[in-house]
Structures are given as C-alpha cells and as structure tokens.
Ligand binder design. Structure first.
Ligand code: ZN
Length: 230
C-alpha cells in the first residue's frame, strides 16, 4: 500500500509534468501567419468568366471563404492582399509580403487559354533564384539553408493541396509546376499559386461560377493549410 507521503510525491511529479508539457505547448503554439492573395481586382479583371463575372470575382470569393474557414482554428493569423474589388498592383502585393512577413503566401488564380479542351487545376511553387538570396541580406550559408527550407515547404504544401483538390476534382489535376511566381519574384517566402480551373473550359467555368464549388475549394485549401501545420 502506498502511504500518504508517497501519494503526495507522485502527485507532485505528475503536476510538474503537466506544467512542463503545457509550457512546451505554448512555446510551439506561436501563430503562423498566412497571407492569401486573391489575384487581380478592380480595373484588372483577369480572365472573363461570363458577361458580368471575371477571374477577379472568383479569386476574391474563394479567398474570403478561405479566410473564414481558417479563422475557426486558433493557431493561424490570416491576412489578405485585398478584401474587396479594388485594383492592387504587383508592387502593392510585394509590399504586403514584405510588411506582413507571412509564414506562407497563397495566391489564387483562374486559368485560361490552351483551347476549350484544357481543364483542371494546376499548382505552382516558386524557385528561389539568386536575387531572392541577395534580398535576404543574411550570411550566404544561412540564406541557402533557408532557400532549401522554403523550397521544401512550398513543394510540401503544393503536394498537400494537390491531394485535397484531387478529392474535389478527381482526375482533374494537371500536376505541380515549379516556376517563378511573378508576385513572389525576388522575395523570400514559402509560397504556392493555385490555378483553380480553366475559364475557357465550359465545365470548369460552370463549376467555378458556383458558390458551392467556391466554398468547397476554400475548404480543401483550409484543410491543406491546417494539415501542413499539424
Ligand atoms: Zn490570374
């Protein structure tokens, strides 16, 4: 049988373990900053979707819905490069990245062209060139380590998004593409750009115009971001 002293001792050990673990949790619980970029806006309409809807409207709708979906978790802080139908040029978007310093940058687009038959989603992830390393202004070794990490992170996020978008649009994935994203060119930030479908394909266009699909895409992206940080 345990005597009183032993029980108190065991309780003490358990209590301190509890305090130690909760301390650990709060240390790793620093909020991750996500910057969502609904491409185009205002005067810059992007690809035409119908007589009165353009790419800029779809990217904004998905971005707002994504922000809402992510707000339910408490480990993320979410910003948008625009939250209304206004013109935001490339330099303004780059300035947002420099100012907000997000842990992850996600740009949203609708594809167009390549004829009526081209359809499905594509995910681009950046390749950080020498210019981005120079921009970083840290020791060169450190910068190339960061470059590797950001590249790996971008690819990892692209893969997770691909999986979740595949569930939503089976056999519609056009793959992952490594490319310099104009919006992050010369900047040093983990990023992906999602081309959600083709405005020039009748079936894709119909889907993208539906509020239901827009919400489903936002949910798939939110799920991806949440699992990336889990
Ligand atoms: Zn676009």
């Amino acid at each position: 049988m345990l005597d009183k002293k032993k029980i108190l001792l065991i309780m003490g050990i358990l209590m301190s373990l509890l305090i130690l673990t909760s301390g650990d949790l709060s240390a790793t619980g620093k909020k991750k900053i996500i910057l969502i970029d609904p491409a185009h806006g205002g005067k810059e309409q992007g690809v035409k979707m119908s007589t009165d809807v353009s790419e800029k409207d779809i990217t904004l709708a998905v971005a707002l819905s994504l922000k809402q979906a992510l707000a339910r978790g408490n480990n993320l802080e979410v910003f948008l490069t625009r939250d209304s139908d206004k013109t935001v040029d490339m330099e303004d978007r780059k300035d947002s990245i420099k100012k907000i310093k997000p842990d992850f940058f996600i740009s949203l687009h609708v594809n167009g062209g390549l004829g009526k038959d081209a359809s499905g989603f594509e995910i681009y992830y950046p390749w950080f060139g020498e210019e981005a390393i120079k921009e970083k202004k840290t020791a060169k070794d450190n910068a190339s380590q960061l470059k590797n990490k950001y590249q790996n992170d971008s690819l990892k996020m692209a893969k997770i998004i691909q999986e979740n978008m595949n569930v939503l649009f089976p056999r519609k994935g056009r793959g992952l593409r490594k490319a310099d994203l104009p919006v992050t060119e010369g900047l040093f930030v983990p990023a992906v750009s999602v081309e959600m479908g083709f405005a020039t394909n009748p079936e894709d266009r119909k889907k993208l115009l539906s509020v239901n699909t827009q919400t489903e895409i936002a949910k798939a992206l939110a799920k991806s971001i949440n699992s990336f940080y889990r």
